[in-house]
Design a protein around this ligand. Structure first.
Ligand code: UT7
Length: 322
């Protein structure tokens, strides 16, 4: 039996910061409204960097922290909804920038759950015996999909990247992963692709932006996150007390607070960094895990659950011994 583990993590955020106060000059909002409804105070935004640039910086740190030789990496998966091109993928450009040789590299899109999807894919690929060491990255420049005149959404998002090296282990560390999706036929959370074009009507396609029914997304999130945590615990014969921490997708502090209350799990044991970055979609989970490790809140030997939800609708959770 091949087991897997987190070998190392890294993250990167652009240096330009957009505060709630800055946003009051762009849309009709207030620091009080944003803070009380979401917990967000600031978000980092990319002004002269692209998704590939954020991904590269996070990946370099993850490789350093894992203490591996980059020639050992035989698989790259990047989760993103904001690739710089339809093709080549961020993953393939990253492979070239890092000089990783002619290995398998591909992008996936599962919105904010993308990193959990990537983890599930590489975990099973390594456990199959076909691959040994994977680089997975969640990287986003969501600001390019943001409608800066829509106060319902523009206050929520930021740009970031988080990366992880996943490799083989002698003991069972990435213990279990749950993944799901349920087609969002009501378009509660959607960003359209560019319009169809054809040679008979040669007008230019235009890029859409994020549309969201916040209340419906809130309801979905606060139902699916506690459910996923309960399912992971139950099928592994564990109880909440066995967890040192929960690291949830940072979409809204109120969502995490409500999920924690429903579970009867102390909010103090849930890692939070949403105040600094806002919702960074697929980058949110690896950024939070990396910061939890760097700040000493997650230590080697700790058992934690990471859980996410997102557009699609998609969701995922993983039970991990770090
Ligand atoms: O990764 C997944 C991404 N999405 C999410 O996770 C979002 C989930 N949903 C949420 O987090 C919350 O629904 C929001 C934070 C988006 C909104 O909070 P809410 O408590 O559900 O507010 P609401 O949508 O019910 O709006 C309440 C009021 C409305 O005014 P009226 O109609 O009551 O007069 C909004 O127009 O707040 C208004 N409002 C704002 N006011 C000031 C909405 N956005 C803003 C704003 N500043 N930025």
């Amino acid at each position: 039996m091949t087991y897997t583990e987190i070998k190392g993590t890294g993250s990167y955020t652009p240096s330009k910061v957009l505060t709630n106060e800055d946003l009051t000059k762009i849309v009709e909002t207030s620091d009080e409204w944003i803070t009380s409804r979401t917990g967000i105070k600031r978000r980092h935004i990319a002004t002269d960097e692209y998704t590939i640039d954020l991904a590269e910086q996070a990946a370099i740190k993850a490789i350093q922290n894992a203490g591996i030789d980059k020639v050992d990496i035989d698989l790259v998966v990047v989760a993103t909804v904001t690739p710089d091109h339809y093709f080549p993928g961020v993953s393939q450009l990253l492979q070239a920038r890092l000089g990783l040789g002619k290995i398998m590299a591909f992008d996936i899109n599962a919105a904010c759950s993308g990193f959990l999807y990537a983890l599930e894919i590489v975990d099973k690929m390594i456990k199959s015996g076909a691959y040994k060491t994977a680089l997975i990255v969640g990287a986003e420049t969501l600001t390019r999909l943001t409608d800066w005149s829509d106060r319902n959404t523009c206050v929520l998002f930021g740009d970031a990247a988080g990366a992880m090296i996943i490799g083989t282990s002698e003991t069972d560390k990435i213990k279990d992963i749950i993944i799901g999706s349920d087609g969002d036929v009501n378009s509660y959370l959607i960003c359209d692709n560019v319009e169809l074009k054809n040679p008979y009507e040669n007008d230019k396609s235009t890029q859409d932006h994020i549309h969201m029914n916040g209340r419906e997304v809130f309801k979905f999130a606060t139902r699916i996150m506690p459910q996923t945590v309960r399912d992971l615990l139950e099928r592994n014969h564990l109880v909440l007390d066995d967890l040192d921490s929960i690291v949830a997708h940072q979409a809204n502090e109120r969502i995490i607070d409500k999920a924690a209350r429903d579970l009867n799990y102390p909010l103090e044991k849930c890692f939070l960094n949403i105040h600094e970055y806002g919702n960074t979609s697929a980058a949110s989970v690896p950024l939070a895990i990396d910061e939890a490790i760097r700040s000493g809140k997650l230590k080697r030997g700790d058992t934690f659950i990471t859980v996410a939800f997102g557009g699609g609708f998609t969701w995922g959770g993983a039970l991990i011994k770090y």
